[in-house]
Design a protein around this ligand. Sequence first.
Ligand SMILES: Nc1ncnc2c1ncn2[C@@H]1O[C@H](COP(=O)(O)OP(=O)(O)OP(=O)(O)O)[C@@H](O)[C@H]1O
Ligand SMILES: [Mg+2]
Length: 333
Amino acid sequence: MISIQRLEEIIKKFNSVRIAVIGDMMLDEYLIGKVNRISPEAPVPIVNIEEERFVLGGASNVANNLTSLKGKVFVYGVIGNDANGEKFIKELEDKNVNPAGIVKDETRPTIIKSRVLSQGQQLLRLDWEKDADISQDIQNQLLENFEKNIENIDAVLISDYNKGLLTKHLSERIIEIAKKHNKKVMVDPKPQNFKNYVGATSMTPNRKEILDYFGMKKFTSEEEIAEKMAQLKDDLKLDSVVLTRSEEGVSLFRAKHKRIPTVAREVYDVTGAGDTFISTFLLSICAGADLYEAGVIANMASGIVVAKIGTATATQDEIIEFYKDNDNILKNI
Ligand SMILES: Nc1ncnc2c1ncn2[C@@H]1O[C@H](COP(=O)(O)OP(=O)(O)OP(=O)(O)O)[C@@H](O)[C@H]1O
Ligand SMILES: [Mg+2]
């Protein structure tokens, strides 16, 4: 059990934590309008757009979560040399994220997922995306940006959406540079790339990701979960493994298995819960929390966002409110 005083002490320190986020940057676009007629050109509805909204996605959703909790954020990733890239940078700046580490790659588009909606219905989604590995030259530019700013950050968060940014070389060099400067590295991995993250500090796979890594279909007991977490920790030489388990909460493994059940009461939309989890977890660790305290706080923050519609974020005040509303449940975990 964390006391309210301890929770406030940790959360207040988020304001002075500086995080480097490296990963696949994306932009989500929502075009919302009314349909009044069918096109004379083809049998499709004409949507008269009334509202256009952008939301940071992928690794930049992690950045958004971090700044929503008042952390300072520097991002490293690629965009295309296109108008969507300019919109993406503007969104970062609006959210107080430092975009200086972003590199323009002439050979690919800015990743954008654009939805057309009318009367609450999604009519169409348009994706601009090329997920080939980034070139050696782009990797070098990213590494240079990352290394020259390393003394201004406290920890590194790698957010892997498997869109070609986190090549083996880039991931290994990032971990190497971070370790040389004594910075923690927390990874949200994709199973195909687990092996790229040898020597990171910690990892937050979800259930499917850890099962895929071991080529398994499901876990049959808590003992088996503990065993696989221990094996992953040894395989990749991590200090700890943090398994997010959706409605089952979270499992921590350093020397032994510790399970923290979920405290979410209402679940409307689980999109982005993993991003909220890793952001809050790393901020808590950097603010002096131990593994268990960080797990409890991140679990609360995720519990807050699953009760909101769409890709959402949590704030410091919301976490404190949530604690006060649920202290009878929290007492027992
Ligand atoms: N259905 C749910 N009920 C309660 N809590 C949930 C639920 N889904 C997610 N959470 C909370 O969010 C955390 C992270 O969720 P999950 O394990 O689904 O991550 P994920 O699969 O990586 O999510 P994402 O969709 O963001 O990639 C969980 O540890 C839990 O605290
Ligand atoms: Mg995830």
